[in-house]
Write a protein that binds this ligand. Structure first.
Ligand SMILES: Nc1ncnc2c1ncn2[C@@H]1O[C@H](COP(=O)(O)OP(=O)(O)O)[C@@H](O)[C@H]1O
Ligand SMILES: [Mg+2]
Length: 261
């Protein structure tokens, strides 16, 4: 479980995050939603320690991240897996070598054990056959799966995904979402996913927070989101093409019923 208490982040005179309070549960896919520029990436970067919050608290299973020494932070980071939008694979390394990279960096296991672990993770994402290929030789969806395998190589307790579906078609996005959801349950991780994709919200939104201009404006589940009364959240939801479609179908259903009557 990760708890965030009254978190603020400003850049010089620009306030990006304001008084964020949230709890992210273990074994669940916790979604952070909001339109582009609302502060999702800055938030996740604060959580993993890539940015220093202006004030507030971040508790990793009751361990206070921001008051830790450099060394303690370093150790805690090994419990984190990350799939970042910008963190591409290393083009000059094979698929297997990409997944082995964190193991080579952080584990003292033998080459044989590291190879086995990497192959196990690749097998989990159904990519063992592609282990000798290079990132340039595989599809975008496969690259994301390699990134997932790499993120779970060190058996993390916490998994962070920043827009994991960016650049993928809807069908592939769905598969990636399901994969992230399944490994979250399987390894009982606390997973946090930034997204502005309503398909993801409806698929894996077990726990959702909505951020608007750096403030948390709503929290709930995918089942609760449709009855939310927050106007800005509703605008965000119904700006999505998919939701427009669902809404139109409902309207069509109603008019079809009307005709029957
Ligand atoms: N290093 C930075 N310096 C100044 N402003 C930043 C920096 N990083 C992000 N921002 C600003 O913070 C706001 C939120 O950005 P971001 O977290 O990337 O939004 P999102 O991920 O929700 O699209 C934006 O207005 C962005 O310009
Ligand atoms: Mg972002």
């Amino acid at each position: 479980m990760i708890q965030v208490k009254s978190l603020y982040k400003s850049f010089e005179d620009k306030d990006v995050l304001l008084d964020i309070n949230a709890t992210f549960n273990q074994g669940k896919t916790n979604l952070i939603i909001g339109q582009s520029g609302s502060g999702k990436t800055v938030f996740i970067k604060c959580l993993v320690g890539l940015l220093k919050p202006t004030k507030g608290q971040i508790l990793y299973d009751n361990r206070d991240f921001l008051s830790m020494s450099k060394n303690e932070k370093k150790l805690l980071r090994r419990e984190m897996g990350m799939i970042f939008q910008s963190a591409a694979l290393f083009d000059s390394l094979s698929v297997l070598e990409n997944v082995m990279f964190p193991l080579d960096m952080f584990s003292n296991d033998t080459l044989r054990d590291r190879t086995r672990r990497a192959q196990f993770c690749l097998d989990r994402v159904n990519l063992l056959d592609a282990q000798k290929k290079f990132p340039g030789e595989i599809s975008g969806g496969m690259q994301k799966r390699v990134a997932i395998a790499r993120a779970i190589a060190l058996n993390p307790k916490y998994l962070f995904c920043d827009e994991p579906n960016s650049g993928l078609d809807p069908k592939t996005s769905l598969l990636i979402d399901e994969l992230i959801h399944d490994i979250t349950t399987e390894y009982d991780m606390t997973t946090i996913i930034n997204t502005h994709d309503m398909n993801s919200v409806m698929g894996i939104g077990e726990s959702i927070i909505y951020i608007y201009q750096g403030r948390k404006e709503w929290e709930g589940t995918k089942d609760e989101i449709f009855t939310a009364t927050n106007k800005r959240l509703n605008d965000f939801i119904f700006a999505s093409d998919l939701l427009k479609k669902v809404r139109n179908e409902e309207i069509n259903d109603i008019s079809a019923n009307d005709v029957d009557l």
